[in-house]
Design a protein around this ligand. Structure first.
Ligand code: 4AD
Ligand code: MG
Length: 500
C-alpha cells in the first residue's frame, strides 16, 4: 500500500474517493458480518467499516489489538452522524504492527499506574485535548506580547545565584563550581528591559519544592514580561489583559476540547475585565469576616450532603457492575466508577481538612503569606480572577519595591484564579534604588558577588520598572478544569517522580 495517505481531519474533503489513512487503533466493535474499527491519527478519529466480503481486511480487523498501527484503505462516505463527519468503507488493511498487550486497558487505572505509563497515557483523548489547549495557550501568549511590541528574550537556565529564595534551588555541578537551575528569568530580564524597554521570557524554570501538592511541579514553564517605566497599576492592566486574552482564545478555538474534558465553560465566559483589585490587607479582612465564615460553613454543609449522595451513587454503580453481563457495559461502568471513586476520595479528604481551613481563615493574622488554602477561600468569594496587591514585605522577595505610602508592604501583585485555583501570576514593581536594594540584600544575608551585575542596573540609568510571571501549567489546569497540575505538562516532574 503506497503512502498517498490523507489526514483524518481532512477526510471530509474526499467524499466518494478511495484514500488511505494511517494511525492507531482506538477501538473495535464487531457485529456478525461487519466490523467497525475506530482509528485515530492525532488529527481526528474515524470509524472504518469492514464488511466480511473483504475477506483479508475482515480477518485483519478481527485480529488487530488496541493501539496497533494500521494503514487503512477505503472509500470516504460523508455521514453527518459520524465523528468528524465522515466514515471509511474499508477495502484493505495493512497492519504495520499488531499489538496484543497494550498496558492501558479501557478499564480503570490508578493515577500511579497512569503516571508510570505517561508515555502511553498521552495517547488518550483527554490527554490530547489538554496538550492541544496547552499549545493554544503558548501561541496565544506569544501573539499577545508580539502585538504589544515586546521582544522575546531567552534567559539562561544555569545561573550563579538564587532569585526566589535559597530553599528551592536545584544545584548543578558546573565544572567544579556550584551553580543552580533557574527559578525565574526575571533578573536577566530586568537587564534586557533596560536595553529594549518591553521584553518577555518564556521557558522552563525549576524549584525544588519539597511538598507534594496539586499546584506544584519541580519543573514548570513560566512566561515573564518585564517593562521599563511600568508601575504597579500598569502591571495589573497587563496581567488582566493577558489572562482575558488567553481565556478568550481557548474559548474561541477549543470548545470541542473543553467539552471532551467535561469543562463547564460558564465560569470561563465570565472572565472579562475588570477583575476585582484588592490589597493584601483587604484580603485578610475578607478572610476573617463573619460573612465569609458563614458562607464557608454553608458550603461545607452542602458538600457534606453531596458526598453522601455521591457515595450512594457509587454503591449503586458498583452493584450495576457486578450484575453487568456485556463487556462494553462493564467497560463503561468501570470508567464511570473510576472517575466517581476518585472524586469521592478527593471530596472526602477535602472535607476532612476543610474545618481547619475555615478556622485558619477566621483567625488569619496579618503578616503571614497567603497559602493555598487561603487563596482557595478568597477565589471562591469572586467569580473572576482577583488581583491582590501590597503583601507584607517580610514574606516577599528581596527585589520587590516597598510601597512609599506604607513601607511594611511591597508594590507586588498576585493574580488568584477563580474556582479555587489560586495563584497563577506573581509579580511586582522592582526596587530601583541601589542603596535600598543593597540594604535589603544585607538583611537577607545574600552574598552580593553573584549579583554585582544586577546592582549595576541601579548604577547606570535606573528607572521604575516591573513585571510578573504567569505559570503556564497552573493556567492550563484552571482553564481545563483539572484538579491536579500533573496532567498539564507532557512529562511532569514532581517530588518523587522523574520517570518516564
Ligand atoms: O510568584 P513566583 O515565584 O514569581 C516569580 O518567579 C517572579 N520572579 C516572576 C516575575 O516577577 N517575573 O512565580 C510566578 C508564577 C506563580 O504565580 C505560579 O503560577 C508559577 O509561577 N509557579 C509554579 N507553577 C508550578 N509549580 C511551581 N512549583 C510553581 N512556582 C511558581
Ligand atoms: Mg508567587
Amino acid at each position: 500500500m503506497n503512502d498517498d495517505a490523507v489526514l483524518i481531519r481532512e477526510l471530509k474533503a474526499h467524499d466518494g474517493r478511495e484514500v488511505s489513512i494511517r494511525g492507531w487503533l482506538h477501538g473495535r466493535r464487531a457485529s456478525g458480518k461487519i466490523a467497525f474499527l475506530l482509528v485515530r491519527d492525532g488529527t481526528g478519529t474515524v470509524q472504518c467499516v469492514v464488511e466480511a466480503a473483504h475477506g483479508e481486511a475482515f480477518r485483519a480487523a478481527a485480529e488487530i489489538g488496541h493501539e496497533s498501527s494500521p494503514r487503512v484503505r477505503g472509500t470516504v462516505r460523508l455521514d453527518e452522524r459520524a465523528q468528524g463527519g465522515a466514515e471509511l468503507a474499508v477495502t484493505g488493511i495493512e497492519v504495520v504492527q499488531n499489538v496484543a498487550d497494550y498496558p492501558i486497558a479501557r478499564k480503570e487505572h490508578g493515577v500511579d499506574f497512569l503516571m508510570t505509563h505517561r508515555h502511553l497515557w498521552l495517547r488518550s483523548p483527554r490527554q490530547c485535548a489538554i496538550l492541544r489547549i496547552r499549545d493554544a495557550l503558548i501561541r496565544s501568549i506569544q501573539a499577545f506580547f508580539a502585538e504589544r511590541g515586546f521582544v522575546r528574550i531567552d534567559t539562561p537556565i544555569l545561573s550563579p545565584g538564587a532569585a526566589e529564595g535559597a530553599g528551592t534551588l536545584f544545584p548543578v555541578d558546573y565544572f567544579g563550581e556550584k551553580v543552580f537551575l533557574a527559578q525565574t528569568g526575571q533578573l536577566y530580564l530586568e537587564a534586557a528591559a533596560m536595553a529594549l524597554g518591553r521584553v518577555y521570557c518564556f521557558g522552563p524554570t525549576f524549584r525544588a519544592e519539597k511538598s507534594k501538592t496539586r499546584r506544584h511541579l519541580t519543573e514548570f514553564w513560566m512566561v515573564e514580561p518585564e517593562v521599563a517605566w511600568a508601575e504597579l497599576p500598569d502591571l495589573m492592566d497587563l496581567a488582566e489583559g493577558l489572562i482575558c486574552r488567553l481565556v478568550a482564545d481557548v474559548l474561541a478555538g477549543h470548545r470541542a476540547d473543553l467539552a471532551l474534558l467535561d469543562r463547564d465553560v460558564a465560569p470561563l465566559e465570565k472572565i472579562v475585565a475588570p477583575f476585582p483589585r484588592i490589597t493584601y490587607s483587604e484580603a485578610v479582612e475578607q478572610l476573617r469576616s463573619p460573612a465569609t465564615h458563614e458562607r464557608l460553613q454553608a458550603g461545607l454543609e452542602a458538600d457534606r450532603r453531596r458526598l453522601v449522595e455521591d457515595q450512594a451513587r457509587l454503591a449503586d454503580l458498583e452493584a450495576q457492575l457486578a450484575a453487568a453481563k456485556k463487556g462494553w457495559q462493564q467497560e463503561k461502568l468501570g470508567r464511570e466508577i473510576a472517575v466517581l471513586r476518585e472524586s469521592v476520595r478527593d471530596l472526602g479528604q477535602d472535607l476532612e481538612n476543610r474545618p481547619a481551613h475555615i478556622e485558619g481563615a477566621r483567625t488569619f493574622a496579618w503578616g503571614h503569606d497567603l497559602g493555598g488554602d487561603e487563596e482557595t477561600i478568597l477565589t471562591r468569594l469572586h467569580d473572576r480572577p482577583i488581583l491582590v496587591s501590597r503583601y507584607p514585605r517580610d514574606v516577599k522577595a528581596f527585589y520587590m519595591k516597598p510601597d512609599p505610602a506604607d513601607p511594611r508592604v511591597v508594590l507586588n501583585l498576585d493574580v488568584l484564579a477563580p474556582e479555587g485555583y489560586g495563584e497563577i501570576v506573581g509579580g511586582s514593581q522592582r526596587e530601583d534604588r541601589l542603596d535600598a536594594l543593597q540594604a535589603r540584600m544585607r538583611e537577607e544575608n545574600m552574598d552580593p558577588a553573584p549579583y554585582e551585575w544586577y546592582l549595576d542596573l541601579r548604577r547606570h540609568g535606573t528607572v521604575p520598572h516591573g513585571g510578573f510571571g504567569l505559570g503556564l501549567e497552573r493556567t492550563v489546569a484552571w482553564i481545563c478544569g483539572l484538579r491536579h497540575i500533573r496532567e498539564t505538562i507532557p512529562f511532569p516532574r514532581l517530588m518523587g517522580r522523574i520517570y518516564p
